[in-house]
Design a protein around this ligand. Structure first.
Ligand code: R5P
Length: 290
C-alpha cells in the first residue's frame, strides 16, 4: 500500500500514512499558466494499492478534479487497486431534485469516481449515506461522532447532557453521540426555503433547565442552523452548550455567527479550520488495519 495525500489533504494524508506505517508517494502538484491542474506522480505505483486522500471542500470543483486526475493516473501507472479517501464528500446535499429539473450533483460525483475505475470510496459523515449506494464498487461511510463525543467527555465532562440534532436529518448522529454519554437525544424541526435557502427553526419546549446540551451536526456551512438551535436552547435555561460537528465548511461569516450565539465548538480536520478540532486520521487508518 502507498498513500498519496492530495493537495487539499496534505496533513491528513501524511498522518494516515504515518499511523499505517506505509510510504507516501511524492507528487508534483502545479498549475499550467492558464490555471489548469498539473499532476505528476514521482514514484512507481506499479502493482500497488494506492490510497488517495483528498477532501473536496471549497473550491469543490477544483479539489474533485485533482482527485480524479490522481486516481486516473494511478491506474494508468499500474496500480492494482485505488481507494479514494474523501474526508468531506462534496455535493452530498444535492442528493435529489428539490425543484424540478435540477442537476443531482451527488450522483454525478459518484459517476465520475466510477469513470476513473476507483475501486473503493471511504468518506466521513456523508450528508446522506445512501449516496454511496450509487457507487457500484465498495463505498464506506465513517462517523466521527464517537471520536468527538469521547473528546468532549474527557475535556469538559458534560453533566448528563441532552444531545440535540438541529433537524431530523441529524438524528442518527445524535443517537451515536448519545451512546457515548448513555444519555437521551431529541431533534428540532427545521425548514429551509427551497428558493432562498433561508432557514427557519421551530421553537420547541425541552426540559433542559440546569442541564448541559450537546448540539450535533454533520456540516456547518453558513452557521444558520446551529445559531438558530443555540438561540432556542439558551432561552430555556440550559447550563452549558457544546456544538460538535464533523465538517467545518464555514462560508461567509459562519464562525462569527456561531461564536456570537455562544457555545463551545468542536470539529474534525476533514476540512482545515481554526476551530478546536480532533483528527479523523486514526478513524480512517483503522479501516485499512482490519
Ligand atoms: C443540512 O441538513 C445539514 O445537515 C446541515 O444542517 C446544514 O448543511 C448546515 O447548513 P448551515 O450552516 O448553512 O445552516
Amino acid at each position: 500500500m502507498i498513500v498519496i495525500p492530495g493537495p487539499a489533504s496534505q496533513s491528513l494524508g501524511f498522518q494516515i500514512a504515518k499511523i499505517l506505517n506505509v510510504a507516501v508517494a511524492p507528487v508534483r502538484f502545479d498549475r499550467f499558466p492558464d490555471g489548469e491542474a498539473y499532476v505528476r506522480i514521482l514514484s512507481s505505483l506499479e502493482n500497488k494499492h494506492v490510497v488517495v486522500v483528498q477532501s473536496t471542500y471549497p473550491p469543490q470543483d477544483q479539489h474533485m478534479l485533482e482527485l480524479l486526475l490522481i486516481l486516473d493516473a494511478a491506474k494508468d501507472l499500474g496500480a492494482t487497486k485505488t481507494t479514494a479517501v474523501i474526508p468531506y464528500f462534496a455535493y452530498a446535499r444535492q442528493d435529489k431534485r428539490f425543484l424540478p429539473r435540477e442537476a443531482i450533483g451527488a450522483k454525478t460525483f459518484c459517476k465520475l469516481l466510477e469513470s476513473v475505475d476507483t475501486d473503493e470510496v471511504i468518506t466521513v459523515e456523508i450528508h446522506d449515506p445512501c449516496i454511496l449506494d450509487r457507487i457500484k464498487k465498495a463505498g464506506q461511510n465513517l462517523s466521527a461522532m464517537q471520536l468527538l463525543g469521547k473528546h468532549l467527555k474527557k475535556t469538559y465532562n458534560p453533566d448528563n447532557p441532552l444531545i440535540i440534532a438541529p433537524d431530523d436529518g441529524a438524528i442518527d448522529i445524535a443517537k451515536s453521540m448519545a451512546s457515548v454519554f448513555d444519555s437521551d437525544y431529541t431533534f428540532l424541526e427545521k425548514r429551509r426555503d427551497k428558493y432562498t435557502g433561508e432557514i427557519h427553526t421551530e421553537k420547541k419546549e425541552i426540559n433542559i433547565a440546569g442541564r448541559d446540551v450537546i448540539i450535533v451536526d454533520d456540516i456547518v456551512c453558513t452557521g444558520g442552523t446551529i445559531a438558530n438551535a443555540i438561540k432556542i436552547i439558551k432561552e430555556q435555561g440550559v447550563k452549558r452548550v457544546f456544538v460538535a460537528f464533523t465538517h467545518a465548511l464555514f462560508v461567509k461569516n459562519a464562525l462569527t455567527r456561531m461564536l456570537s450565539a455562544g457555545g463551545t465548538l468542536l470539529t474534525t480536520d476533514t476540512i482545515p479550520s481554526e476551530v478546536d478540532h480532533i483528527s479523523v486520521a486514526p478513524l480512517i487508518a483503522n479501516v485499512f488495519k482490519s
